[in-house]
Write a protein that binds this ligand. Structure first.
Ligand code: PRX
Length: 633
């Protein structure tokens, strides 16, 4: 275990003197990191200060209304995130600045200025209005990493509609469930996309989902490839044809700051994904503030958040926060190692990227390919690095620091969740770093590690990470299910938000996240419920019961392994293993594909009939089994 005294990386002088956070502190007479955290214990004051950096149509009457577990922030204010992300830049020099440098997998490059982005957003907003989409209506967006994805999101938000983005790697079944839950009026997709040189048929997936989605009146299709698709007359329309008809001017609707901006589905401990609800005002404040002060975004930066917009990281740090700050971002459509392992480093060198934000899985993949790929390129434009999605092992941290950051770029290991909207535990560029620790809660955030009774766990001992205060970009509820929201996050210990993560706090107050403590896996930085995999499997005609566990994987963190009992008359075989792997992949998406499948005559169960995954996991990892007194047999 790395402790306080062992490995500490002090912040470079330039960040102590010139970072955004240092300037902010100087203006308020705050003299150091510890004092900053102390002052921000008055979190309502701190977040109100952050909120003042954005543009409000009408200011708030009250910063926070907290009726545990339901919060409202910036109460009484009128706001729209798109006014901040686009409109207000039309009056400044940001208008002509590049918002996105987009590179396709085959290699085309497009540069979208803020003005171009704003005009196309206006056209699409008008097109949605023409289709009858109004304030509060839901639109499902199933698009790959192309400029139309942020444009579609912004167009919805501009008119007060709620977007629900579904990751383009999800199957038609996963898409269908999410459309049904959201009761979307419109779906926006593309005819196809490229992944590792192959076309992926998004429109065909959408059509397959559409057979059971009566709420959907129209499907808008981006012409991404030359692939022909069937267009259903009256329902389907091409994006380019629809946009061409519309004016490039469209008013932004002034909304209550608590109006829903989007829902994003994420895995929990049941088979049914939860629609996490985020709202305009608080989400804007949390994401803009964290990007500005953690990643120290300045006017000249070229920022690359190498995530997919289909996940929360892309929503917050490719779309909304960078646009609100008027930053230039890279958006890359394809796989990081396509056609060769140095694809990223080529882009980084050519565009002189200054800040790179990625996941431990990606870093470990590059480590495996070897440092020679990055070494071929000049990466000296980089000044800051980031990591997200899973605990970063110190070895990967050091490799990233040395071979990508040239031993000069601090690494911001940002811990957060779909539910939190923005980083909550993360260094600032003035924080001394310990490889493998996300360091301390950000200003205004109170995190603790507790034992199973909800009391603070002793220093250096493992426990559960909990949050003790509300924060502006917290989820407001689970879509259409406030009871599940209460139950899921707030019922274990009174007044504490359950993150679901195991963690440890060291003697310096640094938090070390250890991974999920519940039945959720983290596959390559993406959440996957064991229950989702199991319910997909039991839907197969040969399967009687299934138990899914996560086993460690060198690159991806966790991967699913499943244990199966077959129905009477079914025989285990290699062919069935392959069939079941493929089955899960089509039911959920390729990230859920089990790494291994084992057939058993029986699964270990408690006397109350619950499958003991803990036991299977201990066996799989060759560990002590622990207390099995509740085992039935
Ligand atoms: O287990 C934590 C892990 O990812 C979970 C949240 O997953 P998701 O909602 O998909 O959002 C991922 C991107 C924010 C957390 O409960 N996690 C995320 N960041 C870190 C992390 N674990 C350790 N260190 C991190 N920096």
């Amino acid at each position: 275990m790395t402790t306080a005294t062992e490995e500490l990386y002090q912040p470079p002088k330039v960040f102590l003197e010139q970072s955004n956070i240092s300037n902010w502190m100087r203006q308020r007479g705050i003299t150091g990191y510890d004092q900053l955290l102390e002052r921000a214990r008055n979190y309502e004051w701190y977040w109100a200060e952050m909120a003042k950096e954005l543009a409000w149509f009408k200011p708030w009457d009250k910063t926070l209304e907290w009726k545990l577990p339901f919060s409202k922030w910036f109460v009484g204010a009128q706001f729209n995130i798109v006014h901040n992300a686009l409109d207000r830049h039309m009056k400044t020099s940001t208008k002509n600045k590049v918002a996105y440098i987009w590179e396709s997998e085959p290699g085309e490059v497009e540069r979208w200025t803020y003005e171009q982005l704003w005009r196309e957003t206006n056209r699409m907003a008008n097109a949605l209005k023409r289709l009858g989409v109004a304030k509060g209506d839901r639109v499902t967006i199933y698009l790959p990493m192309i400029p139309q994805l942020p444009i579609a999101m912004l167009a919805c938000a501009k008119i007060g509609a709620v977007h629900s983005v579904v990751f383009s790697g999800f199957s038609s079944l996963a898409l269908k469930d999410r459309i049904i839950d959201a009761e979307s009026k419109v779906v926006i997709t593309a005819n196809a996309t490229f992944r590792r040189g192959k076309a992926v048929a998004l429109k065909a997936n959408t059509d397959a989902a559409m057979t059971e989605c009566p709420s959907v009146k129209n499907v808008i299709v981006v012409r991404r490839t030359q692939d022909a698709v069937t267009m259903q007359p009256g329902r389907d329309l091409w994006w380019d044809e629809a946009a061409k008809k519309e004016s490039d001017q469209c008013d932004t609707v002034a909304l209550d700051s608590e109006a829903i901006l989007f829902t994003l589905y994420t895995s929990g401990t049941t088979g049914k994904p939860k629609g996490i609800v985020h709202v305009h005002g608080g989400y804007a404040v949390g994401t803009a503030a964290t990007l500005k002060y953690v990643f120290d975004i300045k006017d000249k930066d070229i920022f690359w958040c190498a995530a997919d917009i289909g996940w929360i990281t892309g929503h917050s740090y490719i779309v909304y926060a960078p646009l609100m700050l008027g930053a230039t971002s890279i958006m890359y459509e394809g796989a990081p190692d396509w056609p060769e392992p140095d694809r990223w480093w080529k882009i980084l060198e050519r565009e002189k990227v200054t800040i790179l934000y990625t996941s431990p899985t990606a870093i470990r993949m590059h480590m495996k390919y070897g440092q020679q790929w990055a070494a071929k390129h000049n990466l000296s434009s980089l000044r800051l690095l980031g990591s997200v999605g899973e605990p970063i092992n110190p070895e990967a941290w050091r490799w990233y620091y040395e071979h990508i950051g040239g031993n000069r770029c601090p690494i911001m290991d940002t811990w957060w969740q779909t539910e939190t909207g923005c980083f909550l535990v993360s260094p600032l560029p003035i924080t001394p770093l310990k490889p493998g620790s996300a360091t301390k809660p950000l200003p205004g955030i109170d995190v603790d590690v507790v034992d199973s009774s909800g009391k603070p766990a002793p220093i250096g001992e493992g426990g559960f990470a909990v949050l003790k205060n509300p924060w502006p970009s917290m989820l407001r509820t689970i879509y259409k299910d406030p009871e599940r929201y209460k139950q899921n996050y707030w019922s274990r210990w009174p007044g504490l938000y359950l993150t679901g993560d195991a963690a440890m706090k060291d003697e310096d107050g640094y938090i070390w996240f250890r991974g999920r403590a519940d039945e959720v896996l983290n596959v390559a930085g993406h959440r996957l419920g064991t229950a989702e995999v199991e319910s997909a499997l039991v839907a197969h005609p040969a399967v009687a019961e299934a138990a899914c566990i996560g086993v460690p994987h060198e690159v991806k963190g966790d991967v699913p392994k499943v244990y199966i009992t077959l129905k009477i008359g079914q025989q285990p075989s290699e062919a069935l293993v392959e069939e079941l792997k493929k089955w899960v992949s089509t039911q959920i998406g390729p990230i859920a594909r089990p790494e291994a499948i084992e057939f058993r005559d029986k699964l270990p169960k408690t006397r109350s009939g619950k499958i003991m995954r803990r036991l299977l996991k201990a066996q799989a990892l060759g560990k002590e089994v622990g207390d099995i007194s509740t085992l039935e047999d």
